[in-house]
Each structure stands twice: as structure tokens, then as C-alpha cells.
Design a protein around this ligand. Structure first.
Ligand code: PEP
Ligand code: MG
Length: 747
């Protein structure tokens, strides 16, 4: 067996590099590669299978199998041993291939005479490109060294494929990675469609030369880079200023230990001995970690593999000098692609972006909140898109359907453009309604307010024709900073919000923080059910300093102007009473200090827990206003997690039980003479919105983009007539949604 010595391996790699560097058609290169590998490995057969599309592998070159089968033999992902290697990302090494589970005999190749089989994935950082196979007649198991040596060869092939070495001009040349259209189905978080070009948050590092000529030199480069990495990680962690015994600190300590891991370094040095360059060695270990990550179920192991992945990225950036700042220019209509992104980074890009696609993330993540505030379409859970997409690639994002087309076919792009044009046309129709009231034909007027949370939201007030801000989510200011914002900062910000509102009311909701919305500077609470955990007013009342500081900032900001304050997640009256008292104390204190006070203070509550719907009349009388937070109210009413795709759309807002709950709230508010609004996402859905209005909710607060469509519909119909339709359907036990939709279709 060859490749016994490191020098054999290096010789082979150099031969491969020379082949790949030579002029000529890609087929000739592939042919000569298989020849060299078979020769060095001392096997009769060496074959290269490459992906023809995302599910099909094609035999592209072979030494030893029948020449006629090249470009004829195809396998689906998971089919036969080759397909299995491709699917799992793991090698198969067997002395008796036909006895191996899943073996599929392909007569056209003439492979029946070969008994032993070693197949390895050709992959690059989680991206599957193909499979490399060697076979021999003699029934023998390949040694660990053989496997290892061939892994290095596969790595070089992957790098070469990445650099386009196998892209030929021949007619049957394969559409290799990054060339063919790809489709991703994720989860839509922020609606809207966008067409644009890929902008990678962390661009891929290109390894220009995977083969190292001088192992000593390459090892020295690697050691230098690892030393830099370790220093950087140590400094980063020292600056993180963590509570020493927190879980967070322990996680970071594990990360640090990984950066100092000897075995990681040793493996990379062995790769270099076999002929890889320092950066190719880093990538080889990273690729294997990614492959393991995809298969690993154990959360602890997954975290560690994630650490390794992250550290490898940093190391590659140090070695190649490439990274976030490549000097590349942002393309026109940029659509941001990232594994995940923090709220602060996303805000930095701001409105330049036309859309965002993430591999990870969650519906309620901070990035999602920011994307919503910026009103740019966002799709999450688009798995593997960061390995597929290249800067500048054309991309279509559908935030409603949660789908993404990368490098789309022209017909797909054309259909998509039609959809965008239709949406734009509808928006321009709504623009004409901007300054008109949402008065229905029966004469009832519904107030349409907008939800906001960032300074970036404020221009939408003018464009959308919102009559005020019905929900200002103040936690976003806390989430996008690395420390608790100062009172003066907050006061200044709130004051600018009021300036921008130009006298229109703004309802500031005090921070809804805690549980899953963990601040970077807050000790994380490990809670089994964070949505029902220590959050919002519960944190505010237990740790009063922050709430007090926020109330002081609001009072200062609103000096001489009206102030509306709303408390989140109140579950029983006493919570509201205490918070309200705190506000009044702060008012009194400001007065004692002779500070100018707000002219008119209104205090209200969110109604987000079913319990509050059944609070006594005295509670409602103590509130100046109540706002239904349907997102939370629904999740608790139906016991269906608003973040869980499987259940979040399962129960209908317009079903009888939920409508009966709304009736109950409306009746209590009417009796107490307190004004009622609805500020959850449902308020911005036209069918739900008109139903709420018909039931008697006179103020709806929604995303600015929803104001046009909701107003358009409200102005077309009579709420009195709609109410009759709803009452009748409910009396007869028919679905209200259907009755309302049919009514709207007739209108
Ligand atoms: C709600 O729960 O409906 C709401 C408006 O609050 P948030 O979405 O911020 O929890
Ligand atoms: Mg809520």
C-alpha cells in the first residue's frame, strides 16, 4: 500500500496540484486525478462522484471502472454506498462491499469484481460536493493511515472544486456547487418579499492554495495563528466581565479551553505533515466537525462542535487575512445572509438591507424583533444557506411563505417579480388613504395606531398615517446595548420619540425583559418555561432599580407634554397597583425637585394573561386604558407556544372561545368606562382587525405596513352589518372566520 509515508502523501498532493494548475478541459483533469490517486494508493479503481444537483450524484471520472459509465451512472443521495457516504458525510471502509448494508450493484460500471471499498465525502465546511472512492479486487480493509491520507486528498479536491477547477466547457460538464439554483424552506418571521443580491455577514474564506510545499513553514504559520487566536480569545473573555459562577461564564470557559486544546492542534499538524497547507488543515478539521455536528443529537456535544466551528472560522481569518472586512463592495439591493446575527449588528446595516436570511434564529429572537421594526422580510432556519450562497448571487426572499430562492431560474424570478409588483401596487393604493380616517360606512370610527420600538421606526409614522404609537416596546433599547442604558440616554431617546410623534400619543410600555429576552449584562436565569417565567413586570417589581430609572426617564422626557405609560404582563391587579404607585412616587419626587412634569399622565396595562380578563371591576376602573396583547394572551389561552412552528398557527383567533374571551374583556372595559385597544400581531391582519372593530374594540395598534390594508377594508364596510353577520354565525355555531370572509367578499 502506498501513502505509507508522509512524503508519499505530499508527493501525491503536489501531483494533484500540478494537474489542477495545468491548462485543459476539466474532464482531463479529473481523469488524471483519478489516475494519480489509484496509482499512489495502489488500488485498481479510483472514482470521483460529484453532485449534479442537490440530490443526485454522478460518476464524473474513474480509473478502473468502465469508461462508458462516466456521466451515465447516477445515484440519489443515500442510495448505495456512495450515496450513503454523501448523505452522512462519513467514510465507509469495507473489505466486502457487496455484504455492506445498502450496497447497490451498478452493472454498467463493471465493479462486481472489486471487493474492498473505501469511500469518503468530498466536502468543504459542511458543504457537500461529492464522493471519492477507491476499490480493489483484494478483499482487504484499508488501514487508518489510508483513510486519513485519502481524507487529506478529498480535502484538496474540495478546495479545488471550490476554486472552480472542475468547471469545464464541455457540454456535459457539471453544474457544480454555487452554480445551480437552490431552494430553501425556512420559517417566515417578517412578511414581505424582496429581490436582491447576497451579502454575507461573514464572507467565506477562500483558501487559494490547499497544498503546502514546506510542512515546517506551514506548521510555523499555524502555530503563530493559533497563538494569536488564543490571545484574542483570552482578551475577549477577560473583557466580557462575567459573573464568575454563571452558566454563561462556564460556557465561555469551555470555549477558551477549546482554543487551547492540544489535540486540535496536533490533528492539524498531522494534516500538514501529509501535505496540506495550514489553512487547508484548519478547514479539514472544521469540515469534519461540521459533519459530526449535523449528526449529533446531544446538546452538550453540539455546543462543543459549534465552539470548534467558530474557533476554526477565527483561525482561518487570521491565517488568510480575509474576513468581515474583505473590501468587497456591498451589492445593489443587498440581502443579508448569516448563520445568526445580533440585534446591534443588524441595526448597523439598518435600512440598507432589502431582506435577511438566517440559518438559525427564532421567531422571538432579538434579530427578529429588529427585522420586524425595520420592516424587512426575514426568513430563519434556512439551513446550510451560508455554505451555498456567495456574495453577489441573485436571491429572492419570501417572508410570508418563509422560502428563499438562490440563483433562481428565470421563470421563478419572473413569477416572483409579478408578486412584488402586485404588493407594490396595493401599497400605492393604500398611500392615497393615508390622511383619511378609518371610518366605516355605518359612521363608526376606528383609531389605527402603530407599534414601534426603535428610532428607526419613527419615519413610518408619517408614511403610514398612524394616529399615534399604541405600543412602544422599550426593551429594544435595552437589548441592543452591551450595558444598562443610562437614565439620561433613555430620557433623551424617549424625548426624541415624542418629538417625532408631533403631539400624537405614544404609549410607552415599560421593559418586557427577562426569561428568553436575556440582556447581555443580566445574569441568565435558567428557566424551563421562559415565556411563563420571570419576565416583564415580575422582574420590574423584584428588581425595582431599573423600573424606577425607566419611569424617571419617561417623566423627564415628557416634561410639559402628555405621557402614556403601560405595564406589561400584569397577571393580577396588585402588580398593576404597585407599579402605578411607583410611577406616582416618581412624579411626586420630580415635583419636589421642581422639575417640569408631564401635563397629563395616563397609566394602563397590557392584558396578556387570561387571568386579567376576569379581574374585578375595581381593577379596570383603576386603569386609564387597557391594551390586549394578543400574542401572549393567545399563547396562554390555547396553551400553544407562540414560538413553536408546530403549534403557533394551530388555533384560530376568531374561534368561539377566543371571541368569548374578548367579549368578556370588552364588557369589563365598557362597564368601567376604560378605553380598550388591541396591540398584538392579529390587529394588523385585515380579517381579524375588522372583526375586533365589529366586536367593539375602537383602537388597533399594528405594524405600520398593515395600517393601509386594514384601513382600506374598514372604510369599505359597515361594522353594524358585520356585527350582525358575526352574531348570527356565533348563534348558529358556524365558523366566524368563514362568515366574515364571505361578508368581506360581498362588500
Ligand atoms: C403581545 O403579547 O401581544 C404583545 C404585543 O407583546 P409582545 O409581542 O412584545 O410580547
Ligand atoms: Mg406580550
Amino acid at each position: 500500500m502506498a501513502l505509507r509515508k508522509d512524503s508519499d502523501s505530499r508527493r501525491l498532493l503536489r501531483r494533484l496540484r500540478d494537474t489542477l494548475g495545468s491548462a485543459g478541459a476539466s474532464q482531463d483533469r479529473l481523469d488524471s486525478i483519478t489516475h494519480h490517486i489509484a496509482d499512489s494508493m495502489g488500488t485498481e479503481v479510483c472514482s470521483i462522484y460529484l453532485f449534479r444537483d442537490a440530490d443526485t450524484l454522478e460518476l464524473c471520472a474513474t480509473e478502473g471502472l468502465k469508461a462508458e459509465s462516466v456521466h451515465q451512472t447516477r445515484l440519489r443521495l443515500g442510495e448505495g454506498l456512495v450515496g450513503r457516504v454523501a448523505r452522512t458525510g462519513r467514510f465507509i471502509n469495507t473489505a466486502n462491499a457487496p455484504a455492506e448494508p445498502g450496497f447497490r450493484f451498478m452493472p454498467e460500471t463493471g465493479e462486481e469484481v472489486y471487493s474492498s471499498f473505501l469511500g469518503l465525502p468530498i466536502q468543504r465546511v459542511g458543504e457537500k460536493l461529492g464522493v471519492l472512492v477507491v476499490q480493489s479486487r483484494e478483499a482487504r480493509q484499508f488501514t487508518d493511515d489510508d483513510v486519513y491520507g485519502l481524507e487529506v486528498v478529498a480535502m484538496v479536491l474540495a478546495e479545488m472544486a471550490e476554486l472552480g477547477a472542475f468547471l469545464g466547457t464541455a457540454e456535459d460538464s457539471l453544474p457544480l456547487a454555487h452554480r445551480f439554483p437552490s431552494f430553501f424552506r425556512g420559517t417566515g418571521v417578517q412578511e414581505g418579499s424582496a429581490e436582491g443580491h447576497v451579502w454575507l455577514h461573514e464572507p467565506r474564506v477562500v483558501v487559494a492554495n490547499p497544498v503546502g510545499d514546506d510542512p515546517k513553514k506551514e506548521k510555523a504559520r499555524l502555530l503563530d495563528a493559533v497563538a494569536t487566536l488564543r490571545t484574542r480569545v483570552d482578551t475577549m473573555l477577560a473583557e466580557a466581565d462575567m459573573v464568575a459562577d454563571s452558566d454563561h461564564a462556564q460556557v465561555l470557559e469551555a470555549y477558551r479551553l477549546f482554543a487551547h486544546s492540544r489535540s486540535w492542534l496536533k490533528r492539524m499538524e498531522e494534516d500538514i505533515d501529509l501535505g496540506l497547507s495550514a489553512e487547508a488543515a484548519v478547514e479539514k478539521e472544521q469540515s469534519q466537525a461540521r459533519a459530526r455536528l449535523e449528526m449529533a443529537a446531544d446538546p452538550y456535544l453540539r455546543d462543543r462542535l459549534h465552539d470548534l466551528d467558530d474557533l476554526s472560522n477565527r483561525l482561518l481569518r487570521i491565517l488568510t487575512g480575509q474576513g468581515s472586512d474583505t473590501g468587497a463592495e456591498m451589492p445593489e439591493n443587498p440581502i443579508l445572509i448569516a448563520r445568526n446575527i445580533g440585534p446591534a449588528d443588524l441595526l448597523d446595516y439598518g435600512r440598507k438591507l432589502k431582506g435577511v436570511v438566517l440559518e438559525e434564529g427564532s421567531v422571538g429572537s432579538h434579530a427578529a424583533i429588529v427585522a420586524r421594526a425595520l420592516a424587512i422580510p426575514l426568513v430563519i432556519h434556512a439551513s446550510r444557506i451560508t455554505s451555498e450562497a456567495l456574495n453577489g448571487d441573485m436571491i429572492l426572499v419570501d417572508g410570508d411563505a418563509g422560502t428563499v430562492h438562490l440563483r433562481p431560474e428565470e421563470s421563478v424570478a419572473a413569477a416572483f417579480r409579478d408578486k412584488i409588483a402586485m404588493q407594490a401596487e396595493a401599497q400605492s393604493r393604500y398611500a392615497g388613504l393615508r390622511d383619511l380616517p378609518a371610518t366605516s360606512t355605518c359612521g363608526t370610527r376606528t383609531e389605527l395606531f402603530m407599534n414601534a420600538g426603535l428610532m428607526a421606526d419613527l419615519p413610518s409614522m408619517e408614511n403610514s398615517g398612524a394616529e399615534g404609537v399604541g405600543l412602544f416596546r422599550t426593551e429594544l433599547q435595552f437589548l441592543t446595548r452591551t450595558r444598562v442604558p443610562r437614565r439620561s440616554e433613555l430620557a433623551e431617546m424617549y424625548s426624541r420619540v415624542l418629538d417625532a410623534a408631533k403631539g400624537r400619543p405614544v404609549v410607552f410600555r415599560t421593559v418586557d425583559i427577562g426569561s428568553d429576552k436575556v440582556l447581555p449584562y443580566m445574569k441568565p436565569q435558567d428557566e424551563p418555561n421562559p415565556a411563563m417565567g420571570w419576565r416583564a413586570i415580575r422582574v420590574g417589581l423584584d428588581k425595582r432599580g431599573v423600573l424606577r430609572m425607566q419611569l424617571q426617564a419617561l417623566i423627564r422626557a415628557a416634561a410639559g407634554r402628555p405621557l402614556h405609560v403601560m405595564f406589561p404582563f400584569v397577571a393580577e391587579p396588585s402588580e398593576y397597583h404597585i407599579a402605578q404607585k411607583m410611577l406616582m412616587e416618581e412624579m411626586a419626587r420630580a415635583q419636589q425637585m421642581d422639575r417640569p412634569l408631564p401635563v397629563d399622565i395616563r397609566v394602563g396595562t397590557m392584558l396578556e394573561t387570561p387571568s386579567l380578563a376576569f379581574a374585578p371591576p375595581s381593577f379596570f376602573r383603576a386603569c386609564d386604558f387597557v391594551s390586549i396583547g394578543g400574542n401572549d394572551l393567545k399563547q396562554f389561552f390555547f396553551a400553544a407556544d407562540r414560538e413553536n412552528e408546530r403549534v403557533r398557527r394551530r388555533y384560530d383567533t376568531l374561534s368561539e372561545p377566543f371571541l368569548a374571551l374578548l367579549d368578556q374583556i370588552i364588557a369589563r372595559c365598557n362597564e368601567a368606562g376604560v378605553s380598550l385597544s388591541f396591540c398584538g400581531e392579529d390587529a394588523g391582519r385585515p380579517v381579524e382587525a375588522v372583526t375586533f372593530a365589529a366586536l367593539g374594540i375602537r383602537r388597533l395598534s399594528m405594524r405600520p405596513a398593515s395600517i393601509g390594508p386594514v384601513k382600506h377594508l374598514l372604510r369599505k364596510i359597515s361594522l353594524t352589518e358585520l356585527r350582525e353577520v358575526i352574531d348570527l354565525a356565533r348563534a348558529e355555531g358556524r365558523p366566524v372566520r368563514r362568515a366574515v370572509t364571505e361578508f368581506l367578499a360581498r362588500a
